[in-house]
Design a binder for this molecule. Structure first.
Ligand code: AKG
Ligand code: FE2
Length: 265
């Protein structure tokens, strides 16, 4: 095992996104402007940084899988992404999200992901947190179910992530991302990370705090994995007002968190 740990890496990530690109200032404005404080509660997402809920029906999943087979992931369709968000963000999910942010929120990025059986591993297959603002959420809807040991997103719990952040694994250089954390924690004489392997049914939605919960993709072994994803950030206006203006969400590439107009330094 060759690895270079960067113990203060999370501080430079905070500097880059929260300060320089303006995400912390935007969050403060969003919180100050929030009109629905009475609805906030101590939800599962706020506590654990991760939830899974059933969302799409079997016929809806079949329809979506057909669309994936016909090239849905090839070209970004913003209107369709907004239509899916309308379906995903039920009053219960909305309450989870506003309780997490303590503000309104909006989708900045969105896209359709296809993973082929046993495809080549990429950087998301090693344990990582997404570099980005301290507070943002990833939505992932699975239109195909998880397999035994494949077609999934694995998570660590928050405590394990915090310990691995402190020693400098989280936000280490991409080439040092590991598929198995045990050799690292054993070498450092640390408690092993608690791994959460969800049993995902077609149509389930997952929400997670991608910059504060370690996670990794598991490629499918048997059949393609079809996923819709969106990135949520705090917002002054509600997500419906923001998307109605016609610019958000943007497609996933190239830059995950561009500097925010009016807030970036
Ligand atoms: O596709 C997945 O299961 C996770 C992807 C991921 O972690 C990422 O894109 O940052
Ligand atoms: Fe990620």
């Amino acid at each position: 095992m060759e690895i270079k740990l960067t113990p203060q890496a999370y501080k430079s990530v905070e500097q880059e996104y929260d300060i320089d690109r303006g995400y912390s200032a935007q969050h403060q404005s969003a919180r100050a402007n929030f009109q629905r404080s009475s609805v906030l509660s101590d939800t599962e997402l706020k506590q654990n940084g991760l939830i899974k809920r059933p969302c799409f029906t079997a016929p809806e999943c079949a329809d979506l899988c057909e669309k994936f087979k016909n090239g849905l992931a090839d070209e970004f369709d913003r209107d369709y992404a907004v239509e899916l968000l309308e379906r995903i963000i039920t009053p219960e999910i909305d309450r989870e999200i506003i309780s997490y942010f303590e503000s309104e929120y909006a989708p900045i990025k969105s896209g359709f992901l296809v993973a082929q059986p046993n495809e080549e591993l990429d950087v998301s297959d090693g344990w990582h947190c997404d570099a980005g603002p301290a507070k943002f959420l990833r939505i992932m809807v699975y239109f195909t179910g998880s397999e035994d040991g494949g077609a999934n997103t694995l998570f660590c719990d928050r405590g394990s992530t915090d310990r691995l952040k402190e020693v400098g694994y989280v936000f280490c250089e991409l080439r040092y991302r590991m598929l198995d954390l045990d050799p690292l924690t054993d070498a450092l004489d640390m408690e092993r990370a608690t791994i959460i392997e969800l049993d995902i049914q077609p149509g389930d939605v997952i929400l997670f705090a991608a910059s504060s919960i370690l996670h990794r993709r598991l490629v499918p072994k048997q059949a393609p994995r079809y996923v819709f994803t969106a990135t949520l950030i705090p917002s002054m206006l509600s997500w419906r007002e923001v998307t109605a203006a016609g610019h958000l969400p943007m497609s996933l590439e190239p830059e995950s968190f561009p500097p925010l107009p009016g807030y970036a330094k």
